[in-house]
Design a protein around this ligand. Structure first.
Ligand code: F6R
Length: 603
């Protein structure tokens, strides 16, 4: 939520900041702004709306500086408006601040500051930060002391950048529970919420830990939570710029759907091979540990949680260890039963999801072993967990997750196979699954190539208001993910149900013409789901069947036949395409759906 970028160096910062914001637009897109220092004054350009609005209002000849900070917002406190857009300043225009996160005690601080004569322009929590800076600066005439005192007052989460004409060549940086990276380029120092925003200028990144600070001018000096100077080493990130390019596709989402075979292949590379058991680099669990496990939790949000459900299916089938999959925002507040014999797995593409991180911290406190599955190197979740396994989907820019989901599913299935092999269980099945995992990218290509049929279908569905997705077992979990994709980018309401549940209530909603997607990929239960589809058909529903079985129906989307543990990796692709094409047909912005943001760093 919210993206921030900063630059100090010897080039004009404005085009760099605008470009960085555009790369970060997936983090929030309801308003945007930039503050620079020019002629010992803070100059601000900001407005409601997308970054192109901001671009249009900037006078590039005049709005020039070598130090600046920028922000793209996902509103938490206060509606999207010019006043609520960042950067925010104090009334004496000494400090300009951009902030990602939530200052939880802002009302209390605001009241105190108002009593001291400060007046506020916005409804945001952020505005207390420049005001506090000014309040403390007036007391001691010392910017650094003001910075320390201000941070001491703040409760909640923040990634903050501050510029001030009082230190015309310096950016003050602080981080707590919101991501922030610093990179040294040839012409200056860059700061951003996320690597892609500054990848063009460097591949060596410093990752700030919680409560660390940085003072950035000609060089960067890092400080720990007690404001003692510390040394940090840069980490090399091997991402290419073209990974964040649309590569000729109309949208990132379409590009990312097409990248799925490669994303899965890269994720499994080095982990799954034909001639050996599944192996993870730098990570192993021994048989004794796995045998004493009494419970596994998989905790995540949204699409990542749906990938976790496939993990439950695989681990329970192969290892016979009970698994519960929980939404992180529920798990963290319901006092779950966790102890040293519990394994907790946390899945997060961004690695920055606030609820997932909080759930992980809880599990650690209760002595469970914790494993993070993340797509972002050195993201917060990876630094909290005992072990991390990375998906290698490459940067996912579209808000709706596709290639990260496929990679998460592939990885968690590989993990289930790994555990079963250590436990000496289902070895033959494990070997078959390994073989099929390696064949999946080719099968995925076939489904992707056939995408014309999904477009035709999308045209028929685009004016619907309510749809159903049904399946059993893993097919139900795919139904949930397919339904989520449709909701988030096409704004059409849909429900996913276990096929056998419809007649316990929701079938009352089925009327003449209602579209129902059925997913059938497990021959053992295909008859059962087919009967449920017949039940809705006889009430007038239009059925669309996605299957790897030889079933004759009016509308069938055939996919290659693989073991039901792996079928989600194939059966989700037509549903991703259908959601995408419907959104396109409706003229919607698929990459940046309304009200959403890619990285949910608030609870
Ligand atoms: C949906 C989607 C979200 C995320 C969820 C968790 O397409 O992308 O539901 O899956 O917000 O995000 P991460 O995986 O970054 O923790």
């Amino acid at each position: 939520m919210c993206g921030i970028v900063g630059y100090v160096g010897n080039s004009n910062c404005v085009p760099k900041l605008v470009k960085g914001l555009k790369t970060l637009e997936y983090r929030g897109y309801d308003s945007a702004g930039i503050a620079i220092l020019k002629n010992e004054e803070i100059w601000v350009a900001k407005d409601k709306g997308r970054i192109h609005n901001l671009e249009d209002m900037i006078d590039y000849k005049d709005f020039v500086g070598t130090i600046g900070i920028a922000h793209t917002r996902w509103a938490t406190h206060g509606i999207p408006s010019k006043n609520n857009a960042h950067p925010h300043m104090d009334q004496n225009k000494h400090f300009a601040v951009v902030h990602n996160g939530i200052i939880e005690n802002y009302l209390e601080l605001k009241e105190q500051l108002i009593m001291h004569g400060f007046s506020f322009q916005s409804e945001t929590d952020t505005e207390v930060i420049p005001m506090l800076m000014e309040y403390y600066y007036q007391k001691d005439n010392d910017v650094f002391e003001a910075f320390k005192n201000t941070l001491n007052e703040l409760k909640g989460s923040y990634a903050i950048l501050i510029i001030t004409p009082l230190l015309p060549n310096t950016i003050l940086v602080a981080k707590k529970n919101s991501p922030l990276v610093v990179g040294k380029g040839n012409d200056g120092i860059y700061i951003a919420s996320d690597i892609p925003a500054i990848l063009e200028y460097t591949k060596d990144f410093f990752f700030l830990e919680d409560e660390e600070k940085a003072i950035i001018n000609n060089d960067v000096t890092f400080y720990n939570e007690h404001f003692q100077e510390i040394t940090k080493n840069a980490k090399y990130i091997d991402w290419e710029m073209d990974a964040i390019d649309k590569k000729g596709f109309e949208d990132y989402m379409l590009k990312e759907i097409h990248e799925q075979p490669e994303a899965l292949g890269n994720t499994l590379n080095g982990i799954v091979g034909l001639d050996k058991a599944v192996r993870f680099v730098n990570f192993s669990l021994d048989k004794e540990y796995l045998e004493q496990l009494n419970h596994i939790y998989i905790v995540a949000c949204g699409t990542a949680m749906h990938a976790g459900l496939v993990g439950k299916y695989s681990i329970e089938m192969l290892c016979r260890i009970p698994v519960d999959v929980e939404v992180a925002s529920e798990f963290r507040y319901r006092n779950p039963i966790i102890n040293a014999n519990t394994l907790c797995i946390f899945i997060s593409q961004s690695g920055e999801t606030a609820d997932t991180i909080a759930a992980l911290k809880l599990a650690r406190k209760r002595h469970a072993k914790t494993i993070a599955i993340s797509n972002v190197f050195e993201s917060s979740i990876t630094r909290e967990a005992d072990h991390t396994i990375y998906t290698h989907a490459g940067p996912e820019i579209a808000v709706a997750s596709t290639k990260a989901y496929i990679s998460q599913v592939g990885l968690i299935v590989a993990f289930a196979v790994y555990m079963a092999e250590v436990l000496d269980k289902e070895l033959e099945l494990c070997h078959d699954i390994q073989k099929e995992l390696l064949a999946l990218p080719n099968y995925m290509e076939q489904i992707i190539e056939n995408n014309e049929q999904y477009y035709e279908l999308a045209k028929k569905i685009k004016n619907e208001h309510d749809l159903f997705y049904i399946g059993r077992g893993n097919d139900y979990y795919v139904a949930m993910e397919g339904s989520l994709k449709l909701k988030e980018i096409s704004y059409i309401h849909s429900e996913a149900y276990p096929a056998g549940e419809l007649k316990h209530g929701p079938i009352a909603l089925v009327e003449n013409g209602t579209f129902v997607f059925g997913i059938i990929t497990d021959s053992n239960i295909s008859e059962k789901t087919l009967s449920n589809l017949e039940e809705v058909k006889s009430r007038g529903a239009n059925i669309i069947l996605i299957t790897n079985q030889n079933i004759k129906k009016e509308h069938v989307i055939n996919i290659p036949n693989v073991h039901p543990i792996l079928s989600p990796i194939l059966s989700i692709i037509p549903l991703q395409f259908i959601a995408y094409f419907i959104a396109k047909e409706k003229g919607l912005d698929v990459d940046k759906p309304r009200n959403l943001a890619k990285s949910v760093t608030v609870e």
